[in-house]
Design a protein around this ligand. Structure first.
Ligand SMILES: *Cc1c(COP(=O)(O)O)cnc(C)c1O
Length: 388
């Protein structure tokens, strides 16, 4: 526990592991390897070697060729580069693009922007479980379909998609397949070689690395080169120009190495905590689980409390730090589009709270959270005239 709050919002951002911070500190000051990795002098070459080492660590974590990773500012940029880049590069072949309403806004908003630019979209609805039936994907593909984008683990519910099967269908139909794996990498055993994915988005600050750095994996394949979003230099094959942020990349690499070592332990840890939290709150009247305990990623628990409003609940839960859905939705009062697509009624979606846990979460924090949640639900219900 940090003292001032209880942090259960790991799906929004994770704290940096102290060992990651140490790796980053080597790349900032005059006594470190801070130089521009594009420079040909010894200091530059030393930075370039650090970047290469980080690429190898990230590549090992996801089983891909390190040479196929493009550094970006995070998964938002990776998604934009993948989706806009491939859609624009392939637009002379066709303008039909496929995704789901349960995607992160860093996918859905890019799709909507492309629609405004003349692309045609198909939105695939999930089953009630949140999972997409591969047959539904196959049914929507057309000769002019260029790109399918489906996330690996959902950031609000923890729902896990069968990306390998979806990728196989895309491969058979010669359609590019992008996977937003921001919530999966470092948490599940993500094996890009087995996924049939052409483009994969990764973010360091979801796996105990720093924010502001991510990567896009781009498979080497004819006709798959995305158009760049930016121009201004020869870095990264001109696909993403700009001076590389060596300290952030080194932090990302260190985080990837740690994630690989602790993947199994981290998973068992969050699963035990998730089960403990659910045991601790499940007897509260009028609760509904959004998502599926058996098949979902256990680092996320999404719960609705009948009749309550998420914003009020969030305030009543202080000093507990949880989310009312996706952090990116917290500015708007709209019920979550993700829960809506799962068929969750609006009244139930409005009271949804996302608890998310990670490597640093303790049992004491979970017990305190369960206590706070039960109290908050009871006290808010006591204020409602129609409450039992
Ligand atoms: C966090 C997240 C993003 C955005 O990543 P940033 O690195 O913060 O830009 C995109 N997609 C999913 C699924 C996420 O969880």
């Amino acid at each position: 526990m940090s003292g001032d709050w209880i942090y259960l919002d790991y799906a929004a951002t994770t704290p940096v592991d102290p060992r990651v911070l140490e790796a980053m500190q080597e790349h900032l000051a005059i006594d470190g390897r801070f130089a521009n990795p594009s420079a040909l002098h010894p200091a530059g070459r030393s930075s370039a070697a650090a970047v290469q080492k980080a690429a190898e660590a990230v590549a090992q974590l996801v089983n891909c060729d390190p040479g196929r990773l493009i550094w970006t500012s995070g998964a938002t940029e990776s998604n934009n580069l993948a989706i806009q880049g491939v859609a624009r590069a392939r637009s002379h072949h066709g303008k039909h693009l496929v995704t789901m309403p349960t995607e992160h806004k860093a996918v859905t908003d890019v799709y909507k922007a492309l629609e405004a630019d003349g692309f045609e979209l198909s939105w695939l609805a999930p089953e009630a479980t949140g999972v997409l039936d591969p047959a539904a994907l196959e049914a929507v593909l057309r000769p002019d379909t260029q790109l399918v984008s489906i996330m690996y683990v959902n950031n609000e519910t923890g729902v896990v998609q069968d990306v390998a099967s979806l990728g196989r269908i895309c491969r058979e139909h010669d359609v590019a397949f992008h996977v937003d794996a921001a919530q999966a990498v470092g948490k599940l055993n993500v094996d890009i070689a087995a996924l049939n994915a052409d483009l994969v988005s990764i973010s360091a600050h979801k796996l105990y690395g720093p924010s502001g750095i991510g990567a896009l994996y781009v498979r080497k394949r004819v006709g798959l080169n995305p158009d760049p979003l930016m121009f201004g230099g020869a870095q990264q094959g001109r696909l993403r120009p700009g001076t590389l942020a060596v300290h952030l990349i080194a932090g990302f690499g260190a985080a990837a190495m740690l994630a690989r070592e602790s993947l199994v332990d981290d998973f068992a840890h969050v699963k035990a905590l998730r089960d403990r939290l659910w045991q601790g709150i499940r007897s509260t009247p009028g609760l509904t689980l959004n998502g599926d305990l058996a098949s979902g990623y256990p680092g996320i628990l999404n719960v609705s409390a009948e009749g309550l409003d998420g914003e009020s609940l969030l305030l009543a839960l202080e000093p507990l730090c949880v989310s009312t859905g996706s952090a990116c939705n917290s500015q708007s009062q709209e019920p979550s589009a993700v829960l809506r697509a799962l068929g969750v009624p609006d009244e139930q979606a409005e009271s949804a709270i996302r608890f998310s846990f990670g490597r640093m979460t303790t049992e004491a924090e979970i017990d305190a959270a369960a206590e706070l949640y039960g109290q908050a639900v009871r006290s808010l219900r006591a204020l409602m005239p129609e409450a039992a």
